[in-house]
Design a protein around this ligand. Sequence first.
Ligand code: SF4
Length: 738
Amino acid sequence: MEADTQAHVAFFLTGRRPSEHLDAVDGLGLRPALFASYRDLTQLRYDFPLVLVDGRADGLFAQSLSGIIDSALASVAQGSDGERIRKHVLRLEQAIRELATGGASGSLFALWDKASSQFTKGVDQSFEDSLRRTRAAIKVNGAVVDCDTALPARLLQHAWAAVQQQKAEGFRKELDRLVLKLSDILKADYERSAAGRSAQHLQAAVGTGFGDAFDFDAMSRMLSKALPTDVFPESRRKRIGGLLDALSAQQFISSPAASATKTDAAKPYPFLFDSCADALAAFRERSPKQIALAKAIAIAGLEIDGQYSESRHDALFEQFGANGLDPQDLAQFPDYLVCVNAEKMQAVEHAHLMEILASGLPIKVLLQIDDILEESPNGESKLTSGMRSRQIANMAIGLNEVYVLQSSSSNLFRFRERLLRGLTYRGSALFSVFSGASAKSSGLPPYLMSAAAMESRAFPAFTYDPSAGPNWASRFYLGANSQVDLDWPIQAFTYEDEQHQRVSQDMAFTLVDFVASDHRYARHLARVPREKWNGSMIPVDESLTRERKGLPDKVPSLLMVDADNVLQKVIVDERLIREARRCREMWHSLQELGGIHNSHAEKLLAREKKTWEERLQHETEAREATVPGAGVSAAPSASPAPAATSAPVEQEPERSPDEAYIETPRCSTCNECTTLNNKLFSYDANKQAYIADIQAGSYAQLVEAAESCQVSIIHPGKPRNLQEPGLDELLKRAAAFQ
Ligand code: SF4
């Protein structure tokens, strides 16, 4: 027992596994115990597959297969036949789900027919009747898509196309209206001109049928005398002609009328890109034409209303768009959509992405992330989760005017309204989506991996919508994550023990569960044979609440199941626990942004509570003092309230230049230093960092923290240990922060 515990502790600290005490996890096909009931997703009714519904640009642009079937059954499965129809149709639903999971593509009705053909042999007529009646009750159709690697792009492109089509229809109607009105103005002008009143023109207008019935010469003379002869100045005629050319030749939306009349009509521009650089280049190249079209629309409106004044407007429109178009003008035009994969992005593309987001241009970017776990390049085998995507999303939020949506694929259906909001947002938008594709290496479905990433806080879902209101409370939404006020969501887990008794227990789903489902990181885990299970193995979430002092006497462990759903216990190394702590700190920061456990609010609450308790105490004492016979003198009269004074300004203490310190009141609680070493750096009651124990870290860590502090308030001072390696270099780096 003692030797086993020592082996567990050694593995925890070093990641080295003595084979006589611990088994390697590789090849055992283990998965977190909470995955046990999700072994075959086709047996479950859940959000997927989805149907990308044709012709919808509202929240029903995507619907779940189960939802569509339920709606149809609600109208069909009634009366004595009801149960029979429900049973038959649910069998078919499962067959469609199996087809989608197996990679079959097609519309809902195509897959319906394909799945129902599998049942034709040996089924009675009642089965066919159930399917026929339910199929007739389904009023939507569209491509069926499963939660796979392609889902983020397919779903977003589908929603974007629907939104753009709706937008283009409005734009096209407006352009057609302007063209018609301007043409009418020119026509009316011509009718008033000498040429328009000529006998020849009048005859052509009447046509050959009645050509002999009129004296067109007489009619022309009469009209010339009877009607006013004022025609446009040539400049106006030319201007309107130019406007008509600009409106008809535009390539921003397709115009069926232009294509029908002109065989050489230029093709409409594409707005879907797979590179930020290409999208930006296209935007810039088209910009002069976009400005010209927006200018033509503005002038056309004035012309039609008879408001255009050359003396006033010519000079004004000369400068139109000199500084680019304003958001209102831009909003008429189609939005760009760029779909990029984070793994394939080079530094240049990354820079272009940031340029798009900072520009506020109407370019929406889908950043698909297929793998959120990576070994950090900065530390020896240090594991990080979602670091790159987190940095991009944080930077986008920091720009204040970008719509940001982060979500796992598994949650995209639930975020469909928010997807639409981002696509219709006037500025740039970032959709950062984890696809779950890394599940392939572990033989898991992408749905399960992406759901686990969200559940474990490795990739939490949130949105930041700058148009939703003036403050964080209205702009930032974190509520899609389960049990959002907890560090880790708790789920009930039920299993049968060796005595065949049903046992139920609550289990936290942590980052360690997520990493444990990825077989590439199996080296951070070791299986403990059942006979060696002992009391030193504690759940990961419990271990995360303990601060280690000296050698640990407990090691974190995880319940997993093997391919036969037999319960196994694995222990976890300290690197994984460190990353879980880091993940929890990041989650805390998000919680604060979402107003959960907000440190400012909690501080205010504590202050108010203290004031209230003091007042209560004071009143109680005063009451007791005035009770007759209490044997004490009357309460002294209340002393006058002190005049309001401003809070004393905290003076920074005098410091030696050799001393390391943090300007604590300026700390923005970004967690960088505390994550690096939470003994050296700690938070005070205001959740602002200070140096808690200078002995608990090295000078190198002080310098590293100073370099990563976002507000440069960590001052490393001078090294205490003059034997520390690399001091010359460290002192040079530290000089910038003294
Ligand atoms: S790195 Fe700087 S801002 Fe961040 S917690 Fe530490 S002291 Fe505060």
